[in-house]
Write a protein that binds this ligand. Structure first.
Ligand code: AMP
Ligand code: TRP
Length: 341
């Protein structure tokens, strides 16, 4: 059975891009694979969120994943900072990745260009992300298109580490959906939909159905009034076609054949999105009444994650020449293997 791993930041509220680009694949993978999903709160620290907000949004993100269909019986769901091995392996990743490689990351260039204070953590972010992935002997990483470069870097890091120190890590592959991999902002269809920008062109998973309908109605298109799929020449219309295609499991080109008017396309896209969001909103409301249940799920998930992560970290430490950890650091089940399973 292939191992699947992915993560999502708890900052801001989740949006349609997260759902179509990533979460729907996460849910699908639980059936046939060993899936491990993580709320990456350490990554969120790179932008110094308010502590109370971070606490709240970490639990909210976990509730949202459960609402979107992550089943704790079939998947491991946990919070990154609960498993200390992530931060520890991240250091070894920082010593394996090149400064020049990190400097070429487009997410770093975008985010550092937008903020006044640029933390070193924002720069080394992909090293922590690589640790996340490699700790679980991950084969597949389902993500949106914006993470392609980070996963490719993770492969390079894993291969370099294996060359230096002998076979230690599984080299992972990204899985990016055909439609929905890059959901754009409805107001600025040249920018990707994002939770940090707080734009009226972002469709929140928890948005009221009437709000969703209004956001699609006001979506920016163009003035030539022809419906066809061409993300470069027609970014707004193509974004609507991509969303509707993803929400109804078709290709954007096939969807385009059914439309001659923008108004109809917008209304049908809003309806399809609302159909997708309705059950998620309902489950989220139910779960909000049971915060202790969410905490319990995360605790169980962290214990399961740690038993895998600790063995991988020990293998990496051993291969790199760090002497064994004192036994009080061993995982509760005592698994302290120096070999790859
Ligand atoms: P983030 O919200 O940045 O932690 O992203 C979580 C997941 O959602 C990652 O796999 C991203 O690639 C994916 N994602 C974020 N924004 C979008 C978007 N606008 N379109 C498609 N996928 C996205
Ligand atoms: N960097 C990812 C994002 O911004 C989140 C993330 C952290 C991640 N660790 C991961 C995604 C590991 C996939 C695998 O979306």
């Amino acid at each position: 059975m292939a191992r699947v791993f992915s993560g999502i930041q708890p900052s801001g509220s989740m949006h349609l891009g997260n759902l179509l680009g990533a979460l729907r694949n996460w849910v699908a993978y639980q059936n046939e694979h060993q899936a491990v999903y993580c709320v990456v709160d350490l990554h969120a620290l790179t932008s110094a969120p308010d502590p109370a907000e971070l606490r709240q949004s970490t639990l909210a993100a976990a509730s949202m994943l459960l609402s979107a269909g992550i089943d704790p019986e079939r998947s491991v769901l946990f919070v990154q900072s609960a498993v200390g091995e992530h931060a520890e392996l991240a250091w070894m990743m920082e010593c394996t990745v090149g400064f020049g490689e990190l400097r070429r990351m487009t997410q770093f260039k975008d985010k550092s260009g937008r903020s006044e204070f640029v933390s070193a953590g924002l720069f080394t972010y992909p090293a922590l992300q690589s640790a996340d992935i490699l700790l679980y002997d991950t084969d597949l990483v389902p993500v949106g298109d914006d993470q392609r470069q980070h996963i490719e870097l993770c492969r390079d890091i894993a291969e370099r580490f294996n060359r230096r120190y002998g076979d230690t890590f599984t080299v992972p592959t990204h899985v990016i959906p055909e439609a929905g991999a890059r959901v754009m902002d409805l107001q600025n269809p040249n920018d990707k939909m994002s939770k940090s920008l707080d734009s009226p062109g972002t469709v929140g998973i928890l948005d009221d159905p009437a709000v969703v309908a209004r956001k699609f109605k006001r979506a920016v298109t163009d003035s030539d009034n022809e419906v066809y799929y061409d993300p470069v020449a027609k970014p707004g219309v193509s974004n609507l076609l991509g969303i509707l295609a993803s929400a109804t499991d078709r290709s954007p080109e096939a969807v385009a054949e059914h439309y001659t008017q923008y108004g109809r396309l917008k209304a049908d896209t809003a309806d399809a999105v609302n159909n997708l969001l309705a059950p998620i909103r309902d489950r989220y409301l139910e779960l909000s009444a049971e915060p202790a249940e969410v905490v319990r799920i995360l605790e169980t998930g962290a214990a399961r994650a740690r038993s895998v992560a600790a063995a991988t970290l020990d293998r990496a430490r051993n291969n790199a020449g760090l002497i064994p950890r004192p036994s009080f650091h061993s995982p509760p089940d005592g698994s302290d293997t120096g070999t790859k399973p």
